[in-house]
Design a protein around this ligand. Structure first.
Ligand SMILES: Nc1ncnc2c1ncn2[C@@H]1O[C@H](COP(=O)(O)OP(=O)(O)OP(=O)(O)O)[C@@H](O)[C@H]1O
Ligand SMILES: [Mg+2]
Length: 293
């Protein structure tokens, strides 16, 4: 125990983001008299020293700051492993287990990529992973939805900023979650931006997590060369129409993903939890409505 009781925290929506705050304030802490520090005695080579250490509440504040810096979407403020219902689909259960182990056994060498239909919990699991990694493990992390990143860079150009300037913090952060991979028009600007971000992280050995609605190639196809991908306009056109992630992001990026990540693909009939929730609300409303006499 670090001298004062850290208590717990809440997560609220503030603008577009989920923001965590401790329930107690350091000023109200009777154990550390609002200093945020507690005295501890350490022993070194037979000698005893009195030192000041951050109290439990100020440590919690530091970890909540890491959570806030990750910039998780407001709608995923309550997304945690505890709130992810154990799914009946084997692939989703596997994804939960991989994400859970990943977050609880940090540091890691390799990330994961979740692919599946809409509303199946991919962003929930990314958010749960970042929540645990920041608050429980003290990891510096960031979340980014890829099309919002492209929009931010485009806006930055108008303010005289380069794409590299905007990408730099994302390429350096210890843990990055990239959501909606493959989304966008597949323009040269988008592909170059993505290539730069992933190549920088790959070269630096940084761990990255991904979620996508596009299909992953089966393992036997991943090993095959992607002949002539970067060629004619016809091929580029068909890449834009493709439902395969490798077509959407190109051979260079896909090759790096294979090394950087464990692949998990949800089956096409996985439950869409948004629709499920809406259907349940309708049913509950129908039950609660007064019966006509
Ligand atoms: N297994 C689950 N248990 C509890 N809630 C879930 C589960 N799966 C999804 N949800 C909830 O359903 C909603 C949609 O999930 P989420 O945003 O993670 O879907 P997604 O797979 O990222 O969808 P999309 O591809 O559209 O981005 C969220 O509110 C999420 O918390
Ligand atoms: Mg999502």
């Amino acid at each position: 125990m670090n001298g004062c009781d850290a208590g717990t925290f809440t997560v609220e929506r503030v603008g577009d983001y989920a923001v965590a705050k401790p329930v107690r304030r350091i000023a109200e802490c009777s154990s550390c008299s609002g200093t945020g520090l507690h005295r501890a005695t350490i022993e070194d080579r037979g000698r005893r020293y009195e030192v000041s250490r951050a109290c439990a509440l100020s440590q919690l504040q530091g970890r909540l700051q890491l959570f806030n810096q990750a910039q998780l979407p407001a709608v995923h403020g309550q997304s945690a492993f505890e709130t992810f219902r154990t799914p009946r689909y084997e692939a989703v259960a596997r994804a939960k287990s991989i994400a859970h182990d990943f977050a609880h056994r940090w540091p890691q060498q390799r990330g994961f990529i979740l692919s599946g239909p809409v509303g199946t919990g991919k962003t929930h699991l990314l958010a749960a992973t970042l929540r645990h990694a920041t608050i429980e493990m003290g990891v510096q992390a960031a979340y980014v939805e890829i099309s919002l990143l492209y929009a931010t860079i485009r806006r930055g150009f108008q303010e005289g900023k380069s794409g590299g300037e905007i990408i730099k913090p994302l390429s350096q952060v210890d843990l990055l979650a990239i959501d909606e991979l493959g989304k966008g028009r597949g323009s040269p600007f988008e592909l170059e931006t993505l290539d730069e971000l992933i190549a920088r992280r790959y070269n630096a050995g940084k761990v990255t997590l991904f979620a996508t609605n596009y299909a992953l190639a089966p393992p036997e196809e991943r090993a095959r060369p992607m002949v002539g991908y970067e060629s004619t306009d016809d091929r580029k056109e068909s890449a834009r129409e493709s439902k395969q992630l490798c077509d959407r992001v190109g051979a260079r990026i896909y090759s790096r993903l294979c090394e950087m990540c464990e692949f998990v693909e949800f089956p096409p009939d996985t439950t869409d939890h948004r629709r499920l929730r809406a259907d349940n609300d309708v049913l509950r409303g129908a039950k609660a409505a007064p019966r006509p006499r």
